[in-house]
Write a protein that binds this ligand. Structure first.
Ligand SMILES: [Zn+2]
Length: 216
């Protein structure tokens, strides 16, 4: 393919994301305190050491107040349907994220660690808007097979009604930079969650470039 043809293909490829960007206009995706902030391997939190102003404790974990309220509603509804969802990991500080990432690097090496956990400053868990969930039984905790468990199935079907999305869907690693994480729920508010496709990424929804790897 010549450079000119490649350029044309690239610009045609840009049509769909820019339409999405228009549809999603009006949301602040850059301020660390925004409920719609987009953090990925190309978009570091600003500041990297951001700490939410108000964190609320939920069953031993912490979330931003808005996300905590929504999370409580979600787990209550799940329980009413006979599904017991437990929190595994909510808010993490910069230094907690750094320790987690470093432990993965020493266990698996940096390349694998980068697919498993964010570097400090690049984690949604630092926003207080993300919660890793599990089954009370512990089945498939933080594993892809979580998707086939009661909590995983219930969350995938219903989380958007409470303003949460599955942030790292199956098959979207080239866009999000992360393998499938059916347990990682991200609060974005009901309007955005319900407007998004059930397996859409925030990058696609907001018309952002794919962020498979860190830029440095
Ligand atoms: Zn997570």
């Amino acid at each position: 393919m010549t450079g000119a043809v490649a350029g044309l293909v690239l610009s045609l490829g840009m049509i769909a994301p820019s339409v999405a960007a228009v549809a999603a206009a009006g949301y602040d995706i850059s301020s660390a305190s925004s409920l719609q902030v987009v953090v990925n391997k190309h978009r570091q939190l600003n500041p990297a050491t951001y700490v939410p102003a108000q964190l609320v404790r939920v069953q031993g974990e912490r979330l931003r107040a808005e996300a905590a309220d929504a999370y409580k509603q979600l787990t209550r509804a799940a329980k009413a349907a006979g599904v017991n969802i437990i929190p595994i990991s909510g808010y993490r500080s910069f230094s907690q994220q750094a320790s987690l990432y470093d432990s993965y690097v020493s266990q698996y090496g940096q390349a694998t660690a980068d697919t498993l956990a964010a570097r400090a400053g690049y984690s949604e868990h630092q926003t207080g808007l993300a919660m890793d969930i599990g089954n009370a039984s512990g089945t498939c905790a933080l594993q892809a097979c979580f998707a086939n468990t009661p909590a995983g199935q219930w969350a995938a079907k219903n989380c958007r009604d409470y303003g949460f999305i599955i942030r790292y869907p199956a098959g979207a690693e080239a866009t999000t930079g992360y393998t499938y994480e059916p347990w990682h729920l991200r609060y974005v508010g009901k309007n955005v969650a319900l407007d998004m496709g059930s397996t859409e990424t925030l990058e696609d929804y907001f018309g952002l470039e794919a962020a498979p790897d860190y830029l440095q």
